[in-house]
Ligand binder design. Sequence first.
Ligand code: HMG
Ligand code: MG
Length: 303
Amino acid sequence: MSDYPASVTVTESSPRDGLQSLSAFVPTDAKAGLIDGLATTGLTTFDAVSFVSPKWVPQMADGAEVVRAVTSSDLRLIGLVPNMRGLESAIEAGLTDIGVLTSASDTFSQRNINATVDESMHRIRRIVLDSPEELTFRAYISTATHCPYEGEQDPDWVAHLAETLAEWGVEEIFLGETIGMGTPAHVARLLDEVLDVVPVHVVGVHFHDTYGQAIANTLVALERGIDKMDSSAGGLGGCPYAPGASGNVATEDLLWMLDGLGIEHGVDLKGVAGVAQRFCAEHGLAYNSRAGRAATARAEPDD
Ligand code: HMG
Ligand code: MG
């Protein structure tokens, strides 16, 4: 029995997750232009920038400038921060939506943010509890099914982390399938454990598509009533500390499935495909959405 939500909020991850691993620097105006272009298609929530060490991730060094250069109004721009220093930069840039980071596995957490899981949880606790009330927090639990260094992760442990974050008042808890190895059976086990201890309206999913499982995994989340999901226009992306991982589920592929299921999302699929295809062509990047390619290649019956 499925319990699909009536509508979902799609968070567009291409500006941050989609670009962070690229070695050629994408100019600030092009990053802001990507957000502005995608905003014309109905997307309003963006995994927009990160405030991380420019030595570790040079591509994200211009987070504050990107925020300033965005011209569209009424967007929810999320700034990802790994520590207090990042939080201060995000606040200075005028953001009120903050993403914080932990992981199921110690090795990934060490490589990604130079902190054990325990240390990262303590950082999050301090950030969330000591912050001004107007801030909203989204926590990512990376490697929620598999770690590139430690292998398969225990759903029970991930549920424990999620429950702890919820107790601290984190408004949104996103399960990060960082390397896209998880299959629907594993994701179902994970979500059942998590939803046992955290209300469904708090939970979101962030699936990478490395093994081609992201759409199937998204369906498993929708069947459980989850109404928050990250995706990336043109399937752009990956994590610099998860070698070989490809981008998030393509926004266009996600929208096509949502349309078929009759789930509202408020976004124009062809519009997203057009913006992403232009961006990929301008920056020499591969365009990786099958639905987007198909939708822009042929006239639809209502065209
Ligand atoms: P560290 O070296 O342990 O940090 O790195 P530190 O406190 O010792 O500081 C070292 C230097 O970094 C100092 O500069 C600090 O000022 C500076 P120096 O004195 O050498 O010139 N620094 C900063 N600069 C700017 N912003 C900051 C900041 N903090 C310190 N916030 C640190 C620790 C966390 C900084 C580093 O490991 C880091 O930046 N990591 C971020 C890695 C990253 O961005 N990973 C990708 C995002 S996560 C992801 O993609 C997963 C996700 O998509 C979900 C999923 O797919 O599962 C969200
Ligand atoms: Mg990611």
